[in-house]
Design a protein around this ligand. Sequence first.
Ligand code: HPA
Length: 248
Amino acid sequence: MLGIIGGTGLTKLANLKIKRRQIIRTPYGEPSGPLTFGDIGGHEIIFLPRHGNGHTLPPHIVNYRANIWALHSEGVQDIVAVATVGGIQEHLSPGTIVVPDQIIDYTQARKNTFFDGGDLPVKHIDFTQPYSTQLRSLCLEAGRASQEALIDGGVYACVQGPRLETAAEINRLERDGANIVGMTGMPEAALARELDMHYAAICPVVNHAAGRASSQHGIKYENVGEVLDQTMERVRKLIERLVIAHAC
Ligand code: HPA
């Protein structure tokens, strides 16, 4: 079964025919909200908005372990996560959608593993390729089907937040090889791998990163809202295609 994790601007999937909502309790506490069970075009999926239904949970407070555990316990094997980002290079301008293929993790003090001395024997997951090749291909196929020119590949820098970066921090991320910057990609991707789930991300760029191009003199959040609305409409269509491609 396919699970969709919605990010900022995607707390609802308009095209999802909802069947039921269910609160799932996990050994790691409460997920961001009840899981939504439903179908898109007759294909069953489970949806979970990462920041809660009212978008009240900031990235560093999200209970990533409970979210991934809950989806897994309900039979989700494949997760496509939507996560907004800042574009570090000029061509990664607001409205661009990236399907990243690599991650650098700069987060601190998040609960980032299921193997932390409890009942489970320690496992060191291979994370050379953090995203599922098959699921990334499906996202790109859905992009072609919905006439979206998705960017195939990119290095996602996951920062702690919730504040945005300084211009010098963005320069450093670029020197490290990053293309996009966001706050929620980790530990989500690693936790999914720990449970042997497939995971891919769709990353809408909603602003140029701090100190870059249109954000040279600061990030204007009023512009972000507008881009977010327009881009999420496209993301919803993309997800519809993705669900169809996933079912084939
Ligand atoms: N930085 C970090 N996270 C983000 C940004 C950004 O510029 N835009 C959206 N999420």
